[in-house]
Design a protein around this ligand. Structure first.
Ligand SMILES: Nc1nc2c([nH]c(=O)n2[C@H]2C[C@H](O)[C@@H](COP(=O)(O)OP(=O)(O)OP(=O)(O)O)O2)c(=O)[nH]1
Length: 253
């Protein structure tokens, strides 16, 4: 008979940090587990067995949200003792042990991930929408010059993500914006602002222009494009996984 418990934790950290800290902390089981799959920074799965639990299956999924990373964990196990006695043992001993161990583990994890996030540079991007079009910007200089991106930039220490988004749009485009909702998050490869390789992510919010005259202060070009024109642009490769969410947004507005 298979027993299971599910745990959901909201961690104030980007996807990469939540995933990496979770992996450093491991799992709260006193025996070794074998990695079955790992897809950084979205999921991992470990199997093992020990104590009263046979065939433990522990899966974790990391979902980006506007408030941080939602970590969805499932612990499944089979009891070594069959039948009614096994069910009784599960209710009185095993389940309580799993709950207590996971609770302590998750509290530690959430605090550690939040602390680690303070040292990781966060990049924010704005998908600015007008009617059925979204504003895209072509990077004017640097290694990624000529590639298309969402206007935005690095969040400064002590600054909120949305304050950074508003500031960057003012600096880069000379417009006031009203952020509307979180759209998605992708890991950024390589080093961002001298941080650890692969530690930063780009978190994109959609919004509307509420004032100002659009001027490309830092980009070589800005363009309002429809959903059908998105795919053909020469995007920064890291941004491509965000395009389905932008298309879906334009379709439903
Ligand atoms: N703004 C933006 N940056 C992106 C996107 N995709 C992507 O990989 N990046 C990367 C490029 C850079 O390594 C980093 C953002 O840095 P940035 O140079 O725009 O930041 P910033 O405006 O704060 O610039 P600065 O202080 O260095 O002048 O994120 C995107 O869609 N928008």
């Amino acid at each position: 008979m298979v027993f299971q418990l599910r745990f959901t934790t909201l961690v104030e950290a980007p996807l990469t940090v939540a995933h990496d800290v979770a992996r450093v902390l491991g799992r709260p089981w006193p025996w070794a587990l074998t990695e079955v799959s790992s897809e950084r920074p979205f999921a991992d799965e470990f199997h093992g067995s020990g104590g009263l639990m046979a065939q433990v299956r522990h899966t974790r999924r990391f979902h980006p949200t506007g408030a941080g990373t939602l970590v969805d964990e499932q612990v499944e196990w089979d009891n070594r003792v069959p039948g009614v006695l096994g069910r009784l043992l599960d209710q009185t001993v095993v389940r309580r042990h799993v709950l207590a161990a996971m609770q302590a583990h998750l509290d530690l994890f959430a605090a550690a991930a939040q602390r680690r996030a303070e040292d990781v540079v966060q990049v924010v991007g704005a998908a600015l929408v007008d009617g059925d079009r979204v504003l895209v910007a072509r990077r004017g200089s640097g290694q990624l010059a000529g590639r298309w991106e969402f206007p935005g930039g690095k969040v400064e220490r002590g600054e909120s993500e949305l304050a950074a988004l508003v500031r960057e749009c003012q600096e880069e485009l000379a417009v006031d914006i009203a952020p509307q909702a979180f759209l998605g998050e992708v890991p950024l490869p390589g080093v961002v602002a001298g941080g650890a390789p692969g530690a930063s992510t780009l978190r994109v919010w959609w919004g509307r222009v509420t004032g100002g005259e659009l001027v490309a202060h830092e980009h070589s070009e800005v363009r309002w494009v429809t959903a059908d024109e998105l795919e053909d642009l020469d995007w920064i490769p890291a941004d491509r996984p965000l395009l389905p969410a932008v298309r879906a947004l334009l379709a439903r507005l």
